[in-house]
Design a protein around this ligand. Sequence first.
Ligand code: GDG
Length: 473
Amino acid sequence: MSHLTLVSNRLPIRINEEGEVERTTGGLASALAGAGIPGSFTWIGWGGVNEEDIEDREDYEKKLKAVGVKPVILETDEFDAYYEGYSNSTLWPMLHYMKDRARFDPEWMEGYRGVNQKFAEVVAKEADQDGEVWIHDYHLMLVPKMLRKLRPDLKIGFFLHTPWPSSEIIRALPERNEILEGLLGCDVIGFHTYNYLRHFRSCLLRILGIEGESEGLWHGDRMVRMGVYPIGHNSIGFQEAMQSDTYREALALHKKRLDGGKLILSVERLDYTKGVPEKLDAIREFLKKNPEQRSQVNFVIIAVPSRVGVEEYNLLAETVQREVGAINGDYGEVGHSPVQFLHRGFPMEELAAFYALAEVCMVTPIIDGMNLVAKEYIDCKRKKYDARAGVLILSEFAGAAQEMSHSLLINPHDTQGVVKAMEQALAMSEDEMWSRVRAMQDRLARNDAGAWARHFLGDLDASGTPEHDPAAH
Ligand code: GDG
């Protein structure tokens, strides 16, 4: 395998207390670390600060180089149009079937195009001759075509972390042709599920008139392969976290605080795709129907603030906070609020302790590319780390539902159905919980984040255009 260049919107770095740059090990970073990629890889992306806020550009680039990453430096205006505008206010809602939330502004697209070109230029300069480049997610869908023009020697892969919706949605996107053409600059395009791939194929046919074969299509004189690569969670990272002192301490502390009460957990970025208001409807209904449970249950909602520069997200946070207050007002007692809304992130070790303790985890997105929380929760149910038995309530609209049939599958819009699943979960025997957990764990362990990265990169490595006569197609 030749030297790899990884490209994503955000670089995996943070500034530590001494003001030094450190590499972080989020999902993708640890997936690659665990994927056994020979040699190092270079990571290219946005570093979290814009040009106006960088005092000494040379020094900044040098510090980042020391941790193996290369920044794409953007001005605030172009970042706003590309990231908060086109990526997160146009593409994100469209890719999640929420056409009514999408806003269309030609200036945003101009920003998106310009920033994608900047990314392509930085990658073109950095990537090794005949190297491999793996581009991630909806922020960078024009990069493959732009990069191929600059560097035809490269093997280019792209993975989409969101759903790819029906062609009826994509047809409404003013820049649909340009986006599809951008992606066709790839050698390999990957999706989480077969359905997303099927929708992508039908977009190619209905919008560009291009018909694919079983695994790919000819685009000019090149073969573009398309495949399904369901992402796995960072299993190694969670196993390590569960061996830490922080994990043990958090487990003991929360067990004490719960004082025999039940923990019904949910964990998500606070995003309108994640179905938090719908979940609160079900919680309200559950508490109304089950008065004897009110003092026993602790609905802990960990909602990490997300995209705070986009107005919709701030409105959502206000709505959720108001409804949590109202539910507690209606069903709380002195000394006990049934819903605890924690609007912040926790270290991985503490998160693992929450997963280990929770009798129920509610993953109820309206729609979600995959959803790693569902996989992490089941993986953390390990008796050797003193985890308690638990059951997963999972939206059938999360990509993960296709692999996790031993969870209680629900439709998040069907409030009564969700309430029934909550009642079933809370009444379930420990034996049944453990047998459901075990049925899912084997599969999850085999298909963790490292396996996902190896699968995709193996296909990228093997890709290329076979000898062929384009006139024959
Ligand atoms: C996108 C797609 C797809 C959450 N709270 C804390 C915390 N997290 C971590 C979880 C999990 C990750 O964030 C969230 O991943 P999800 O997959 O659930 O959702 P998105 O952020 O929307 O991710 C999604 C994913 O990309 C991968 O392709 O599955 O469909 O939308 O790993 O653990 N981590 C820590 N503290 C928290 O409080 N440390």
